[in-house]
Design a protein around this ligand. Structure first.
Ligand code: PDD
Length: 276
């Protein structure tokens, strides 16, 4: 198993990062996750652009273009040139004595690794989800490595034998712990607007584009927790989640069996076609 660390491809057990790395000390860094299917990265440009945007938002001066050119060698060294895989990229502010303010003149720490990963069938998931308070900060648009709020929320799903936890801020559903969420009512698709309260998922953006192509009406409006039972369908989106049908939220069942809603299914079919 190899990783790319600061310009070198090395064995993962030989990779070393300083204990004074600000990623370790403060969670001061950003990341991306993307998948490669049939020897092609899915929406790589969008992921690299979001990574650059996250870096810019937290004032890490680093250009991701050069990094992108290192990916083929990482895949080759990982023996994954021909396999479906997942690529993780993380950039932290770098190593410096512990002081909160951004230090000057340090180099960011850059980590990438690829793992063999076969995505499950798109219609295989019939997700049970729970809801909890959205305890995160107010810049959820930044894809940062400080994920404690997301980790705690996801743990709540696991403790309840659920697939995901939906987060509720001021009575409204924002997103999942590691996915975005959509609702369908009266043939209209609803999802939280892409403001600072959610991560604007690449899969979310693809689904909105597909809605346009399929003449499905979209409202980028948050849905209230109290209105969940009035919705016709619900689904999650994410890089690894793809488009996952939601079967149940808390005590409300959309389906008692493994049915999938009409629009959810339509979007799943259109999404799969993009991967061909
Ligand atoms: N999670 N919202 C949050 C909080 C996320 O962490 C993610 C992705 C998404 C979906 O974004 P996208 O469609 O671009 O994957 C929404 C990644 C995959 C993760 O942390 O592993």
């Amino acid at each position: 198993e190899v990783v790319y660390l600061n310009g070198k491809i090395i064995k993962s057990h030989e990779a070393k990062i300083s204990v004074f790395d600000r990623g370790f000390i403060f969670g001061d860094g950003v990341y991306e996750v993307m998948v490669r299917i049939d020897q092609r990265f899915f929406y790589k440009k969008a992921h690299m652009e979001r990574l650059q945007a996250s870096l810019n938002k937290i004032g890490i001066a680093y250009d991701v273009d050069a990094l992108e050119r290192e990916i083929p060698e990482l895949l080759a060294s990982s023996n994954l040139s021909h396999d479906d895989c997942l690529l993780y990229i993380q950039i932290t502010r770098g190593v410096a004595p512990r002081k909160h303010a951004y230090p000057e003149g340090i180099e960011p720490t850059v980590l990438m690794y690829a793992l063999s990963k076969k995505l499950p069938d798109i219609n295989a998931v019939h997700a049970k989800v729970v809801t909890t308070d959205d305890l995160r900060w107010l810049r959820c648009d930044i894809k940062m490595t400080s994920l404690l709020g997301n980790v705690m929320a996801n743990e709540y799903a696991m403790a309840n034998n659920c697939y995901e936890t939906l987060l509720v801020r001021d009575g409204q559903i924002t997103e999942g712990s590691h996915s975005n969420v959509f609702f369908v009512k009266d043939s209209r698709v609803y999802t939280h607007p892409a403001n600072t309260l959610i991560l604007n998922g690449i899969t979310r953006q693809i689904v909105l584009e597909l809605c346009g192509q399929l003449n499905i009406e979209v409202r980028e409006e948050a849905i209230s927790l109290k209105d969940i039972a009035t919705m016709d369908e619900a689904f999650l989106t994410g890089t690894a989640t793809q488009i996952a049908s939601i079967q149940q939220i808390n005590n409300h069942y959309f389906y008692k069996n493994e049915a999938i809603g009409t629009l959810t299914q339509k979007l799943q079919t259109a999404f799969l076609a993009l991967k061909k």
